[in-house]
Design a protein around this ligand. Structure first.
Ligand SMILES: [Zn+2]
Length: 371
């Protein structure tokens, strides 16, 4: 799993004098012909060699060696679990990311890693945190893109209560209850620290009713707002079980959220206020930085154009910009560009399974911050 810290480290990589090869390839296990990956690999390596020619001769061997290492890795990864690879290879960096879905096909040689496709994959999939609590322990997991990472080590443990019977039983019991509450408080605090470092969109709490509600009460309000469900699951559950249960809740949460957003969009467009539907109107809202939620059909893509001067997007592929008269240049993946622009203005983007309501809105729409 890619972590936020890794993304942060990649984006803040200091420009170096020597070249960094960034290499993205899809490894779709459903692909009938394994040849597809091999053909793609050859094409990418060829592009890599062409890019190499633009660098000073002293760098050629370094680049060629990295391309050769990448070739070997991709060949070994074929037929494995991953759907995609992102590889960054340079003098001070050598990293391979196994992705549960493709981040496209691309090779870039530059002074810094080219991380945009990786960030896109990372951003468009909500991150769920699951915290499991009992009286003595707490465990923490992140689930994203159907992968799970165990972060239990982040949370503390309290001293155990083993004493049995004796004159001080009731006092010990009280002390133990204090321990439990202290433990929950501490776990809640650490969960918040974790949130600040690693970030996540939604939180699930697992445990008994009594403990999960006590834990919930001790959470920072930022985190309380992110709680979307409770799991009847014990701290001794296997990582596999935590993943299964979390994925189940995630599906429900997403379906509910999408339903609510579509209803809200219908309402807002009906009243002609804070909602727009259809590609042209949605692009205008994105160009104007008004979008709070962008809703679109999963897999929707079409060509369009971008103004070479002001960067505004349009459904047209030629002509002049309606804002600044600049020249419109064709872009093949207009929707991808629109999503990127929406992210950059802090909008939340929701990729929704095809349905009639969305179809009637011409497959895309947006809820706006202001009219
Ligand atoms: Zn323009």
């Amino acid at each position: 799993m890619i972590t936020k810290s890794e993304i942060d480290a990649l984006t803040s990589y200091p420009p170096s004098d020597s070249p960094v090869v960034s290499f993205y390839i899809s490894l779709d296990p459903h692909e009938r012909a394994e040849k597809t990956t091999l053909t793609e690999l050859k094409n990418l390596l060829k592009t890599g060699q062409e890019e190499m020619a633009r660098w000073p001769e002293k760098d050629h061997v370094k680049i060629a060696l990295n391309l050769a290492r990448i070739e070997e890795i991709v060949e070994n990864e074929r037929g494995g679990q991953s759907r995609g690879l992102a590889i960054f290879a340079g003098e001070k960096i050598w990293q391979i990311y196994h992705l549960p879905l493709s981040a496209g096909q691309r090779v870039v040689i530059d002074r810094t890693p080219y991380v945009k496709p990786l960030i896109q994959v990372f951003r468009r999939h909500p991150r769920y945190c699951a915290v499991l609590v009992d009286k003595e322990r707490a465990r923490l997991f992140i689930v994203q893109m159907s992968e799970i990472q165990d972060y239990s080590i982040v949370l503390s443990e309290v001293p155990k209560h083993h004493e049995q019977g004796g004159w001080a039983q009731s006092r010990l019991q009280r002390r133990h209850d204090d321990y439990v509450m202290h433990h929950l408080k501490r776990s809640a605090e650490l969960s918040f620290d974790f949130f600040q470092h690693e970030g996540f969109d939604y939180l699930l709490i697992g445990g008994t009713d009594e403990l999960t509600s006590a834990f919930y009460e001790r959470l920072h309000t930022y985190l309380q707002e992110r709680v979307v469900g409770f799991l009847p699951i014990s701290t001794s559950a296997s990582v596999h079980d935590v993943l299964e249960q979390t994925l189940e809740v995630m599906q429900e949460v997403e379906a509910r959220l999408h339903r609510e957003l579509l209803e809200k969009l219908q309402e807002e467009t009906g009243q002609g206020r804070l909602g727009v539907t259809g590609l042209s109107a949605t692009l205008r809202a994105i160009n104007a930085y008004k979008v709070q939620h962008l809703l679109l059909e999963e897999g929707y893509q079409t060509a369009g154009g971008r103004c070479s001067d002001c960067g505004n997007l349009t459904v047209r592929t030629t002509g002049n910009c309606r804002y600044c008269q600049g020249k419109i240049e064709r872009v093949d993946k207009l929707i991808g560009e629109a999503v990127e622009l929406a992210y950059n203005q802090g909008a939340q983007v929701h990729f929704i399974e095809a349905n009639q309501v969305l179809w009637d809105m011409e497959r895309i729409g947006a809820l706006l911050r202001y009219a």
